[in-house]
Design a protein around this ligand. Structure first.
Ligand SMILES: NC(=O)c1ccc[n+]([C@@H]2O[C@H](COP(=O)([O-])OP(=O)(O)OC[C@H]3O[C@@H](n4cnc5c(N)ncnc54)[C@H](OP(=O)(O)O)[C@@H]3O)[C@@H](O)[C@H]2O)c1
Length: 336
């Protein structure tokens, strides 16, 4: 098969499409003919040599795919050849074929094409895990979602609305419109405003119940200020640094705060299977009705993967960047 590989760790220029052994499904796996895959920040880090795939997993980039079932492992019961599925991978999505455990595959809702379906797994499973499993966000509560227009942010906004929680976001000013359209109560331009102060004003001093954070050190003090009594914070990345200093832990103590980190990729198959099932049970009817939908910023032909990586590195996307392995009907990509 052909797969996107890199000559050596480094810039997007290192990426190329070349021959790679086609993966064989083990007894409970299915092989997917990949029609579309989507970018994640982890791909950029892996390409730079800063985020290796878990032991035993494919060295090929790519954490999510949509496509058709092409081969069944000997004990597979749930799928048949030709079924349209999407799903989360530990790696291996940037390729013509990928294997996935049968319990990790999700049926593609009839109203979605492969491009849209490829944009669901990582963003929505991550957001679902953070809001529902980790932070236990409830109807009537409030949440501050950082990077509100990111792939994960756009999914989290929709899930918060579905749960019945009030969502505030931080994002670059030019991305506020999309956050509003997804249900954000108020958008904070973190480049010009102190988000913690703004949250205090917006919540009349109560603070929010939940924070979804990807920044880490640079936002920790502000997040602790923004959280209210019994607040919970899910920490999913450290884009703003991992080493925090000068933090007032008295706020954790006095407000009884809970902070939990998680990386989905490193979780066991059992955990990810349970997460996938719980997510499908909660969300699938809402994808079919159109209440939930993947936000796709743009689609690149997979030959243009380097351009796609540069686009993400420049923080230009609002929602997901998809790579299509099929001829493109539309791309949606802004010019320039
Ligand atoms: N732990 C997990 O299991 C897990 C799973 C999936 C993703 N993640 C993490 O979740 C984050 C979002 O992922 P994604 O794929 O949805 O990202 P994405 O679509 O690429 O969006 C990331 C956005 O974050 C904002 N940003 C970047 N650097 C920033 C900084 N220094 N300060 C403030 N904002 C910054 C930018 O938006 P603005 O223009 O608004 O600043 C950028 O567009 C990433 O950090 C990713 O690694 C974690």
């Amino acid at each position: 098969m052909r797969a996107i590989q890199f000559h050596q760790f480094g810039s997007p220029d290192e990426l190329f499409i070349g021959e790679f052994p086609t993966p064989e499904p083990s007894e409970y796996q299915i092989r997917i003919r990949v029609k579309a895959t989507a970018l994640n920040r982890a791909d950029l880090l892996q390409r730079e040599g800063r985020y290796p795939p878990p032991a035993g997993e494919s060295p090929i980039l790519g954490l999510e795919i949509a496509g058709e079932v092409e081969k069944l492992g000997s004990k597979v019961q749930k799928w048949k050849i030709g079924d349209r599925v999407c799903g989360l991978l530990a790696s291996g999505g940037y390729a013509e074929y990928a294997v996935i455990h049968e319990d990790m595959a999700m049926p593609i809702p009839n109203n979605l094409d492969f491009v849209a379906a490829a944009a669901i797994p990582e963003a929505f499973l991550t957001a679902f895990q953070a809001l529902v499993w980790i932070a236990k966000l409830q109807a009537g509560e409030s949440i501050l979602i950082h990077a509100g227009a990111s792939g994960v942010g756009t999914a989290a906004l929709q899930l918060a609305r579905l749960i019945g929680a009030k969502a505030y976001v931080t994002a670059s000013a030019e991305k506020h419109a999309i956050c509003k359209s997804l249900g954000a109560e108020h958008c904070i331009d973190y480049k010009t405003e102190d988000f913690a102060q703004r949250i205090q004003i917006l919540t009349e001093g109560r603070g929010v119940d939940v924070v979804l954070d990807f920044l880490g050190a640079s936002y920790l003090e502000g997040n602790l200020q923004a959280l209210g009594m019994d607040g919970r914070m899910a920490l999913l990345a450290v884009m703003g640094g991992a080493q925090a200093t000068g933090i007032n832990l008295g706020m954790v103590l006095m407000k009884r705060l809970k902070i939990q980190g998680s990386t989905l990729r490193a979780r066991t198959l059992d955990y990810k299977t349970a997460l996938t099932h719980a997510f499908v049970e909660m969300a699938w009817a809402h994808f079919a009705s159109g209440q939930l939908f993947p936000v796709v910023d743009c689609v690149f032909p997979w030959d243009n993967v380097a351009e796609a990586h540069l686009y993400m590195e420049a923080n230009r996307n609002q929602g997901k960047i998809v790579l299509s392995l099929q001829p493109l009907i539309y791309s949606g990509k802004p010019s320039g």
